[in-house]
Design a protein around this ligand. Structure first.
Ligand SMILES: *Cc1c(COP(=O)(O)O)cnc(C)c1O
Length: 393
């Protein structure tokens, strides 16, 4: 079974295109464009050039021996997506999609953003490629993330304040979709994770697959073999599917996704979708999600905004169902402790999202055979989280 390329829009029984009729023409056009450009030599060459000359690829694979000693573990390495331009792996996806927008002749890019990270990456990619960019953002989120609003504005993007509903991410998604359904002939909708209706999960996973390809080549060259465990945090699932992609067909490599355990196990206190073991449709896609008995989407909580989402990408749902990957959770306190230990022992300040993957390794490290090689995908840097870190310490 292919966990990266959809078969008739699905991965096993997950994924699909669950959208209102009015959005079907936009998605059909996107499917056709993606089908064409994914094989285009011009697209591939330009994407590669932007990734290396603008985003800063390849990112290093860094061994963290003092951290490994502190947790009594085997050899541990970090894939350093935190060193990318704009501070996280999100730029890989934004560059891929905005380049697709440009080559397919779109005149304008729209996106939605919650904490602002995807908005910043999209605004930077658009400036780099010379495309106008408009980002929908809830009014409440704009207040909470004022610095990211400034960043997007400096990159020449227009940030549109959404004043409906709870004035947060899901209301911003609705506004962006409304815009797109009326404007898709000249507008590209840049989605931020390996989520949503087909072909988005397939496209985003393909743009993030560069993480896995590099990691595998670096492992073979630096270590002379494959890793034993690959660990990544999971919000929508894009950084995880990116690094997993190169190892899915190597059964000896254990793949571990780490969700947000939040502040407790009760509904509303976490964002651990597999913990609830429930499926349904959200934002165009059939997958594991957090809902109540009436099918209403549950509120979620995580110390890290990037993991605070009620649904998970369909490729991870399929990997879970096939038992090819394992999914666990780390809670707020564990993530904070992991962030601090990594900073102290190695001089690396990671994002609170990435700290969930580090936290899981902290928990299991002492049980692993000493000859193991563990790789953690360090999805982003922690500068954006300093306020939260100081407040919670
Ligand atoms: C957005 C974000 C995530 C979560 O998104 P995925 O699509 O699951 O990768 C993780 N880490 C960082 C640093 C982020 O900014």
């Amino acid at each position: 079974m292919n966990f990266l390329i959809a078969k008739n829009n699905y991965y096993d029984k997950f994924g699909g295109i669950f959208v209102p009729e009015i959005l079907m023409p936009a998605l059909q056009q996107l499917i056709a464009d993606w089908k064409y450009y994914r094989r285009s030599a011009a697209f591939k060459a330009q994407f590669k050039k932007s990734l290396s000359e603008f985003a800063g690829r390849p990112t290093p694979l860094t061994e963290i021996p003092r951290f490994a000693e502190a947790v009594k573990g085997p050899r541990i390495f970090l894939k350093r997506e935190d060193l990318l331009h704009t501070g996280a792996h999100k730029i890989n996806n934004a560059l891929g999609q905005c380049l697709l927008a440009k080559l397919s002749g779109k005149k304008r890019v729209i996106a939605e953003t919650g904490a602002g990270q995807h908005g910043v990456a999209t605004a930077a990619a658009c400036a780099h490629l010379g495309l106008p960019c408009e980002v929908y953002m809830g009014a409440v989120d704009m207040q909470r993330q004022a610095l990211n609003v400034q960043r997007m504005t400096l990159f020449g993007a227009k940030v549109i304040s959404v004043n409906n509903g709870t004035q947060t991410l899901k209301d911003a998604v609705n506004e962006a979709l409304r815009d797109w359904s009326a404007s898709f002939e000249e507008t590209y909708y840049c989605l931020g994770s390996a989520l949503g209706p087909h072909p988005y999960p397939e496209m985003v996973a393909s743009f993030q697959a560069v993480i896995g390809k590099e990691t595998k080549a670096q492992c073979l060259k630096q270590l002379g073999g494959l890793p034993h465990q690959v660990v990544a945090c999971i919000g929508g699932g894009s950084n995880a599917i990116g690094i997993f992609s190169a190892f899915i067909d190597q059964p000896s490599v254990e793949l571990i996704g780490v969700e947000a355990g939040g502040k407790g196990n009760k509904p509303g206190e976490h964002a651990a979708r597999f913990f609830a073991d429930d499926v349904g449709v959200l934002h165009g896609c059939y997958t594991y999600l957090l809902q109540n008995a009436d099918g209403q989407i549950m509120p979620t909580h995580s110390i890290s905004a990037g993991l605070d989402y009620p649904a998970i990408g369909p490729q991870h749902a399929a990997l879970f169902a096939a038992k090819r990957a394992t999914y666990v959770a780390a809670n707020d306190q564990e993530a904070l402790a992991a962030l601090k230990l990594l900073a102290e022992t190695e001089g690396i300040l990671c994002a609170l999202e990435s700290a969930h993957a580090v936290a899981h390794v902290m928990k299991i490290a002492h049980e692993l055979p000493k000859e193991n090689i563990v790789i953690i995908n360090l999805s982003g840097r922690g500068d954006k989280d300093l306020g939260t870190i100081i407040e919670k310490s």
